[in-house]
Design a protein around this ligand. Structure first.
Ligand code: GRF
Length: 212
């Protein structure tokens, strides 16, 4: 089986991108990151791509009149790279239905909550406000409904009495996300998980979803 071609979309720091670069380099992921695309020119993740000799592109969303024209330019660039998998790694744009359908079954996102809890923003504060004892992150297939696609992997941590939104953001990233995303992408690249062809969409895999 040949390595999968992976395109990663970012908007910021790129800590998840770095974890994926490292996991491709050490063989955990049977894949190659063939391109990184950012909608922000100052995203630090672009430096990480450069250091790893991965080609990168900036497509500034503000240069486009509307969501459709931005997504169309993004799709053109992605498709030139002939990806098997598109990975959203802190890519802070809502994508149009057409775009999502084009990559259905071959696009993953990581979200810092135990979906279906807390889709959208401010997940750490919302978990604290609700008095939750458990929090975590979810890697899921991207489907047209925001943050609602089926989970590929999910992992939890226990919220401490002194946690704040800031400490939780750091703990979820360091204790959960940086190992969860490489594991999920490794599963996809080894054909251990696929998306069902028809709605209601389900992640079909040989092992049940892990919950720690
Ligand atoms: C992560 O918390 C991820 O879950 C969310 O955006 C953040 C990205 O951070 N979607 P980074 O760019 O990977 O450092």
């Amino acid at each position: 089986m040949s390595n999968k071609r992976i395109v990663v979309l970012i908007s910021g720091n790129g800590r998840n991108l770095q974890a994926l670069i490292d996991a491709c380099a050490n063989g955990q992921i049977a894949g190659d990151i063939v391109g990184v695309i950012s909608n922000k020119a100052d995203a630090y993740g672009l430096e990480r791509a450069k250091s790893a000799a991965i080609p990168s592109w900036v497509i500034p969303h503000q240069n486009f009149a509307d969501r459709h024209s931005f997504d169309s330019a993004l799709r053109t660039q992605i498709d030139q790279l002939k990806p098997d998998l598109v990975v959203l790694a802190g890519f802070m744009r809502i994508l149009t239905d057409d775009f999502v359908r084009h990559y259905l079954g071959r696009m993953l996102n990581i979200h810092p909550s135990l979906l279906p809890k807390y889709p959208g923003l401010n997940t750490h504060q919302r978990a604290l406000d609700a008095g939750d004892q458990q929090h975590g992150a979810t890697v899921h297939f991207v489907t047209p409904e925001l943050d609602a696609g089926p989970a590929v992997l999910q992992a939890t941590l226990t919220i401490n009495a002194n946690d704040t939104a800031a400490s939780l953001a750091q703990r979820v990233m360091e204790e959960v996300e940086l190992s969860l995303y490489p594991s999920a992408v490794a599963d996809y690249c080894a054909d251990r998980v696929t998306l069902s062809a028809q709605p209601p969409y389900q992640a079909i895999r040989s092992n049940p979803v892990r919950s720690n």
